[in-house]
Write a protein that binds this ligand. Structure first.
Ligand code: NI
Ligand code: MN
Length: 226
């Protein structure tokens, strides 16, 4: 599966012949100045929760591309009220078959409010299946035993996990998460963007490697095959 990293927790997955954009926070990201959101194509925009560092560019990109926003009910309705016509509301525990594959919404231990303070419902992670490939994006979350459920649903080939600490799991917790998920390939996100979440990348890669897990930290704008 082709994955393009756009900084913070934003990435584009090309799955099931469609472009799935996750948690777009690009134009306000000082580290992603070289990325022009007008060049990003998307068929779907998946939002793990309502925080600004996950939804900042969602409306702009959805309006230009006609992408469908997939998010918790409260987040989806907030975008609907802003004039987004294509949206699919979901909630934790639910799954839906889309034209690219299946989205299963799973627990995330975090909070969720929209940029204007509106209630955002529950934060979520996603288990995505497209054809024979599956992956897990946890969204912002603490390490939680709920992650043990992921391998019961799907044998995921990689996981996208926050590693920046302070607001989410740190590296050590993300290593434990990968073990629970039974996954030896992790795309690390939610680090370095702000002062609170700066990490030592080499130390992070080494901590995962010690547990026979590959931590991938692509450059912003880089496309990798997973
Ligand atoms: Ni958050
Ligand atoms: Mn966040």
């Amino acid at each position: 599966m082709q994955i393009t990293y756009y900084g913070h927790s934003c990435f584009l997955a090309e799955a099931g012949g469609k472009k799935l954009l996750f948690d777009p926070f690009i134009s306000p990201n000082e580290l992603a100045k070289q990325i022009d959101i007008n060049n990003i194509e998307a068929d779907y925009i998946l939002l793990s929760h309502g925080h600004a560092d996950h939804v900042a560019d969602a409306a702009t990109i959805a309006k230009r591309t006609g992408a469908t926003i997939i998010a918790a009910y409260e987040v989806a309705m907030w975008f609907a009220a802003k004039g987004i016509e294509k949206y699919h509301p979901m909630n934790t525990g639910g799954k839906w078959n889309f034209d690219f594959g299946t989205v299963k919404c799973v627990n995330a231990a975090h909070s969720s409010s929209l940029p204007d303070g509106s209630y955002g419902g529950n934060p979520m992670g996603f288990v995505i299946t497209a054809g024979t490939e599956s992956f897990y994006y946890s969204g912002d979350t603490a390490l939680t035993l709920d992650m043990q459920l992921v391998p019961l649903y799907k044998d995921v080939s990689f996981a996208v996990l926050p590693i920046g600490d302070n607001f989410t799991m740190d590296v050590a917790d993300a290593v434990e998460a990968a073990k629970m998920i039974k996954c030896n390939k992790v795309l690390g996100v939610h680090y370095d963007t702000f002062g609170f979440i700066k990490i030592d990348k080499a130390a992070a890669i080494a901590a995962f490697a010690k547990n026979n897990i590959t931590l991938l930290l692509p450059e912003i704008g880089e496309t990798i095959n997973l």
